[in-house]
Write a protein of this length. Structure first.
Length: 179
């Protein structure tokens, strides 16, 4: 069924495009909101992402689900929007760093998921993107590297630093500074 819809979209069938839009718009809006925190901006980015997806639907080869392919477009458009809005990002060369992988994401049991997500917004932008893509969107380092146009090493470095910074912020906010 979905492959038929996609084939119809490749033939510029407006009805099929509308069906795909309706199927994915709510979920993709949530993805954009996790980055943009503003419904109007998220709606704008969502519209741009769907336009781009339909313009480039010939590039969709079916090697991932359509939702995953579309989600990558929404994430990229969200990040592009934030970069354009801030337009003062500093590129860091982190390729020389060695990073130890760690999956320790434990925080105090009294800290809620909402508090963690809220605190993520305070992370420096380059850490925030990687942490969100990894934790909230479920991307791995090779996917994050491709989305952000950084190396996998830089992705791992930023994730590790972002996680440590997030823990520091949570510790200061929700259970004092106690060393």
């Amino acid at each position: 069924m979905q492959l038929e819809l996609i084939e119809k979209c490749k033939n510029n069938n407006r009805s099929a495009q509308l069906q795909l839009y309706k199927k994915y718009c709510d979920g993709m809006f949530c993805v954009a909101m996790r980055f943009l925190k503003n419904a109007d901006d998220a709606e704008d980015v969502l519209q741009e992402a769907f336009i781009k997806a339909f313009q480039r639907i010939e590039q969709y080869k079916g090697d991932v689900t359509f939702g995953a392919w579309l989600k990558k477009i929404v994430v990229n458009r969200s990040i592009d929007f934030l970069k354009a809005k801030r337009n003062n990002t500093i590129a860091l060369d982190e390729s020389y760093m060695h990073v130890a992988d760690t999956d320790d994401w434990n925080v105090a049991s009294n800290v809620t998921t909402h508090q963690v997500k809220e605190t993520m917004e305070e992370l420096p932008e380059n850490y925030q993107y990687v942490v969100k893509l990894f934790l909230l969107e479920g991307y791995d380092h090779s996917e994050i590297a491709e989305i952000l146009d950084i190396s996998e090493t830089a992705s791992r470095t930023r994730l590790l630093r972002g996680k440590n910074k997030l823990k520091e912020l949570l510790k200061a906010k929700y259970y004092g500074t106690g060393s």
